[in-house]
Write a protein that binds this ligand. Sequence first.
Ligand code: PMP
Length: 439
Amino acid sequence: AQAPDNLDAFWLPFTANKAFKARPRLLASASGMYYTDIEGRQILDACAGLWCVNAGHARPRIVEAIRQQVGTLDFAPNFAMASPLPFKLAERLAELAPVDLNHVFFTNSGSESVDSAMKIALAYHRVRGQGQRTRFIGREKAYHGVGFGGISVGGLPNNRKWFGPGLPGVDHLRHTLDLERNAFSKGLPVHGVEWAEELERLITLHDASTIAAVIIEPISGSAGVILPPQGYLQRIRQLCDKHGVLLIFDEVITGFGRVGKAFASQRFGVTPDLMTTAKGLTNGCVPMGAVLVSDGIFETFMQGPDNVIDLFHGYTYSGHPLACAAALATLDTYAEENLFEKAIELGDYWQAGLHSLKGLPHVVDVRNFGLIGAVEFAPRPDAHPGARGFEAFTRAFNEGQMLTRITGDVLALSPPLIVEKAHIDRIFNTLAEIIPKLD
Ligand code: PMP
């Protein structure tokens, strides 16, 4: 493979982050834990693509399932005629998910899952005669994709700033990062549950009867791996119940094993009313997302006076046969190789590696949970925010041949769950080498 000679003319930087306006390194192939670029260099994938290739790249079973499916039934409209695969997959997802979440709405991405979950929440209140419940509460720094709902409830101003005020009626809870920074946290922070009380203030500020739902990433990923203080999510759940507000967990990153269970809600023992997923659902091979919906919400729709089950919401590619085939093969792979358990088995080793970076110059915090890690750097006072993080990312890439993820001054790590101790050693040895050299 060769670089196309028109790259500069057609390359559209898809992020507003100036740091990324560099030309991308072009990839030729991927297998297992590695990418190979068009010059034949191998790159260790320390972030599972974009937190999605949880079973590692180009797994033969998944590849074969997609190949077979495209030659058998390539598309089904899912109205008068449907493929059986989405039904099969929905059943598998309901088995994996927390007990109450037994109904599935298929989408094509995390962003679509978030917008769909918000619409389902609005319709649920309306069918119950509480159509005035239209407000949402998100969190500062949260990332919920780039749909219009997602950028509104999301808490990253950069994602919103070019697009006007966003949806009306959205508030944001304070994030809890400041509680943890400098703590070199081990697992979940012990302090900070009281920060959940702010939810009560926001709910009552506008009158509880106007609030539709609270949306939260159990662990904020794109914001720089912010772990919930112990008891925080439980308290959020209690407050939602008290005020008749739905709780949406955005598990686009935390879903499918990265935290040691299928979903973070199971690891934290808190069940939301709706759960958004994508990424690891198909091991990143085919775009797909899913919203899991509780029995209570589903039954309300079935009994609703407005026949809202006829609400017009669905995508051409909802439950696409190729995506379903990929997802079913992916779930089989996770189960057969016990990949969700690996995040627990390797958790201590992973943590030890990450914590060996404490005390290096510029490092102000490290955070980990399951097979997620974050290294936070002190910002460079003389440079734009995120400059040091970006330098770390670039050095890891160029000097260590290793792909990581960068948000501001936080380097995030989320390797495929097939990672082995030797890869973990390489990840942290590389970082130990490059971090002292940062400006
Ligand atoms: N929610 C969360 C928590 C995410 O991390 C992401 C993507 N990183 C999204 C939603 C959006 O997913 P997608 O990019 O597939 O639209």
